[in-house]
Design a protein around this ligand. Structure first.
Ligand code: IMP
Ligand code: MG
Length: 176
């Protein structure tokens, strides 16, 4: 019989909260200096929803929020092929775009999205991730704001899933 994987707490709610607050402070101060005054926060569905909703409530400058849906995973394995399932509804033209993502692993997803958005005449494109599995990187991509660097473990919770389960855990857990 197949062994059932169990989530084990890895990053607490308190640690996440503190980190989200400090990232939001940095973002607010950086974009306050932008001449456009048009910040468009773009969340990648579905994994970013919890992080994004906590983050934007701590950002102290006006911003728009939009979503894009991308998929590259099947179960706990990356397929390496990024599929776009849903596009932006707001125009990115002339705006400072901040991509918000739950986790960067190989980097394929964020590289694909950043290159795609750069063709649509924004003022700037930056990336904010909660988790970074830096040792798994396959392509080079600059991360402008990051929460935690983590080892090569499969994690769930705080928006992250395994076959759509565990997104509602209030903390990040490793599947064991
Ligand atoms: P990348 O394209 O390999 O960087 O993968 C990024 C995407 O894979 C993320 O948006 C997640 O949806 C998913 N992913 C990568 N690692 C994990 C993990 O440990 N748990 C859950 N999803 C993950
Ligand atoms: Mg994702």
């Amino acid at each position: 019989m197949k062994k059932q994987l169990k989530p084990k707490k890895f990053i607490s709610q308190l640690k996440i909260q503190q980190k989200v607050r400090s990232i939001a402070k940095k973002i607010s101060s950086d974009y306050k200096k932008s001449k456009t005054k048009k910040l468009l926060v773009v969340g990648i569905l579905k994994g970013s929803i919890i992080f994004l909703s906590d983050l934007v409530r701590q950002i102290t400058i006006p911003c728009e929020i939009d979503f894009i849906a991308l998929s590259s995973y099947s179960g706990i394995k990356t397929t390496g092929v990024v599929r776009q399932l849903l596009d932006l509804r707001e125009s990115p033209v002339g705006k400072d775009i901040l991509i918000v993502e739950d986790i960067v692993d190989t980097g394929y997803t964020l590289k694909y999205l950043k290159e795609n958005l750069l063709t649509r005449k924004p003022k700037s494109v930056k990336i904010c991730v909660l988790l970074d599995k830096i040792e798994c990187r396959k392509v080079n991509i600059d991360i402008d704001y990051k929460g935690f660097v983590i080892p090569n473990k499969f994690v769930v919770g705080y928006g992250l899933d395994c076959n759509e389960m565990y997104r509602n855990l209030p903390y990040v857990a490793a599947l064991k």
